[in-house]
Design a protein around this ligand. Structure first.
Ligand code: NAI
Ligand code: MG
Length: 326
C-alpha cells in the first residue's frame, strides 16, 4: 500500500535536515508518496500566514507527517499541526550513542510528554500594563489517556514501569489532578509507577541517569526536561520525536531552526533521520526502522560527524554515509 507522507521542512535547518531524512527514506525504496507543505516564518513574511489551511489539511489527511522546524512562528505552526494529526503524546527518546562524547554515556531515557494542554493551551491574557496571566488547563481525561499510552508503551517495550514527574506539592490542583490520574491508571493496569518532583528529577537525572527509563510529564516539563536530557547525551542534534495518539502521527526533531548555523550545511541530521525511523516504526515498517537506526548509530560511532559532535563533516556527508550503509 502506498503511504502518503506530508513533508513540512519549515525554516532554518529544517530545510537542511528534512531533505537528509528524505534521502535516507529514498534509499529504502518503499512505496511512499511525498506531498510538500509550507509553513513557518518565511511563509508568514511572504503571505502573512505561518500555517496555511492547505498545510494543516495536508497533515490531517496524510498517513504521517515529517516536520523540520519553525522559527518565531513555532507555536503558531507546530501546536496546530500536532492537533491536526490528533496527537496527544510526544514521545522523545534521549539516548547516548557509542562514539558520541556524552556527559552521561549511560543515559537511556524516553520522555512521554502530554501534548495537548498544561501551560501550552494558549490561554494567556494581558490584564493591565503591569499584569499578565496564564491559565493552565489539566483534565483527568487527557491525563488518563497519556497514562494508558504510557502503560502500553512500557508493556510493549519490556520496561520495568515508568516515572511520573510533577510538581503537585505546589500546583496542588492541576498537577495534583495529573498525578492522581496517571498513578491510578498505572495501578489499575498493574504497571509499576514511581513519582518524582520535577525539579528534583532535573538534579537526579544528571547525577544518576540510570535511575530512570520512561518518564511521563506534563507538557512544559516534558519540553524542558527533554532538552536537559539532550545535554546529557551530546546535544539537540541527536533527539528525535514522535507526536502520536489516535492513528496519524507527526515526526520531528526536538531541536528548532538553529539560526546560528542555518544555511551553512553543517546541521546534524541525526535527529531528523531518527525521527524518520520513528515514523517508519509507527507505519508498521519495523525492519526498515531498525535498519535506519542501525545505519545511523553506525555512522555516529565511526563518523563522519558534524561540528556539534566534534567533527568537521557537513549534513550531506553524514547523510551519504547513512545512505551507503543502507
Ligand atoms: P535550537 O534547537 O534551534 O538551537 C539550540 C542550539 O542547538 C543552537 O546552538 C543550535 O545551533 C544547536 N542545534 C540545534 N539543532 C542542531 C542540529 N541539528 N545540529 C547542530 N546543532 C544544532 O533552539 P533555539 O536556538 O532556542 O531556537 C531557535 C528557533 O527555533 C526559535 O525561533 C524557536 O522558536 C524555534 N524552535 C522551534 C521548534 C519547533 O519548530 N518544533 C522547537 C524549538 C525551537
Ligand atoms: Mg522544545
Amino acid at each position: 500500500m502506498t503511504e502518503r507522507i506530508a513533508v513540512i521542512p519549515g525554516d532554518g535547518i529544517g530545510r537542511e535536515v528534512v531533505p537528509a531524512a528524505l534521502s535516507v527514506l529514498d534509499a529504502l525504496a518503499l512505496e511512499f508518496e511525498y506531498v510538500e507543505g509550507e509553513a513557518g516564518d518565511e511563509l508568514r513574511e511572504e503571505t502573512g500566514e505561518a500555517l496555511p489551511r492547505e498545510t494543516y489539511e495536508l497533515a490531517e489527511a496524510a498517513d504521517a507527517t515529517l516536520f523540520g522546524a519553525a522559527g518565531e512562528t513555532a507555536a503558531d505552526v507546530i501546536l496546530p499541526l500536532r492537533e491536526a494529526v490528533g496527537s496527544f503524546v510526544n514521545v522523545r527518546p534521549a539516548r547516548a550513542y557509542p562514539g558520541v562524547d556524552a556527559l552521561r554515556p549511560e543515559t537511556d531515557l524516553v520522555f512521554l510528554r502530554e501534548n495537548t494542554e498544561g501551560v501550552y493551551s494558549g490561554h494567556e491574557n494581558r490584564l493591565s500594563e503591569d499584569l499578565s496571566t496564564l491559565t493552565r488547563v489539566v483534565t483527568t481525561s487527557a491525563s488518563e489517556r497519556l497514562a494508558e499510552f504510557a502503560c502500553e508503551y512500557v508493556e510493549r517495550g519490556g520496561h520495568d514501569g515508568f516515572t511520573v514527574a510533577h510538581k503537585a506539592n505546589v500546583m496542588r490542583e492541576t498537577d495534583g489532578r495529573f498525578r492522581e490520574a496517571v498513578l491510578s491508571v498505572a495501578d489499575e493496569r498493574g504497571v509499576e509507577a514511581e513519582e518524582v518532583l520535577m525539579d528534583a528529577f532535573a538534579t537526579h537525572v544528571c547525577l544518576d541517569p540510570e535511575g530512570f527509563g520512561v518518564v511521563v510529564c506534563p507538557n512544559l516539563a516534558g519540553d524542558v526536561l527533554s532538552d536537559l536530557a539532550a545535554g546529557l547525551v551530546g546535544g539537540l542534534g541527536l533527539l528525535p520525536s514522535a507526536n502520536v495518539g489516535e492513528e496519524n502521527g507527526l515526526f520531528e526533531p526536538v531541536h528548532g531552526t538553529a539560526p546560528d548555523i542555518a544555511g551553512e550545511g553543517r546541521a546534524n541530521p541525526t535527529a531528523a533521520i531518527l525521527s524518520a525511523a520513528l515514523m517508519l516504526s509507527h507505519l508498521g515498517y519495523e525492519a526498515e526502522a531498525e535498519r535506519v537506526e542501525s545505519a545511523m548509530t553506525g555512522v555516529l560511532s565511526d563518523g563522519p560527524r558534524t561540528p556539534d559532535l566534534g567533527g568537521d563533516a557537513g549534513t550531506e556527508d553524514v547523510t551519504e554515509a547513512v545512505v551507503s550503509r543502507l
